[in-house]
Design a protein around this ligand. Structure first.
Ligand SMILES: [Zn+2]
Length: 205
């Protein structure tokens, strides 16, 4: 990447931002003493360089991992697929990524594909809540790893008040991986729950 020239971003916001300072993280939801989890410690705010490096699948869609048929697809229909278990067993009962089957960004996704997103979120939530350990399902859309539109579903374990809200993905990275057999059972529940409403469970098995 030596030919990739970056320079500090120069906007009103960037000139204002406390680059180099270490910020107080005590206001992060879930990090306060009331929730009884360890406090965050942040690294100093790093310089912000532009242009940013391209995301996965940004320059060459033929290299997009989300477009390739995956053994970790637990369900798909004509427009959407759900992948889970690709990083091994998760720490929470279910973590899944769902994406259009076509290589689209949010900015250029056809409206008829996006129209299926709401019903799919409802179905994923209900399917994951059929896992006995699950109380609720959280959704997130981060836009930095892959250009191909994708969203995440995180199942919060019942009674895990420390995992409410946006802190759950951090817990997920710190909890030990659940046993393989437990993960397989959970993925079966979600996949067949989804397929009960249409589409196909484990299409690449
Ligand atoms: Zn793609």
């Amino acid at each position: 990447m030596s030919d990739f020239e970056q320079h500090p971003a120069d906007t009103d916001w960037h000139r204002w931002a406390p680059i180099g300072e270490t910020l107080d993280a005590s206001g992060v939801p879930g990090s306060g003493p009331a929730e009884s989890i360890a406090a965050f410690e942040l690294l100093p705010l790093a310089p912000m360089l532009v242009p940013e490096k391209p995301r996965s699948g940004e320059l060459d869609p033929s290299e997009c991992p989300l477009c390739a048929p995956a053994e970790h697809t637990i369900w798909q229909d004509d427009d959407w697929r759900v992948n889970a278990g690709f990083a091994g067993p998760s720490g929470v009962p279910f973590v899944g990524a769902f994406s259009p089957r076509r290589h689209v960004r949010l900015e250029d996704a056809p409206i008829e594909v996006l129209a299926g997103l709401g019903p799919l979120m409802q179905r994923i939530s209900e399917a994951a809540k059929a896992i006995p350990a699950v109380a609720r399902v959280h959704f997130s859309r981060w836009n930095d790893g892959s250009a191909h539109l994708h969203l995440w579903a995180y199942a919060r374990p019942a009674g895990m008040m420390q995992g409410r809200g946006p802190i759950l993905p951090y817990w997920e990275q710190c909890l030990p991986a659940m046993p393989d057999e437990m993960m397989r059972e959970n993925l079966e529940i979600v996949a067949h729950g989804l397929a009960a409403g249409g589409g196909e469970a484990f299409p690449n098995r």
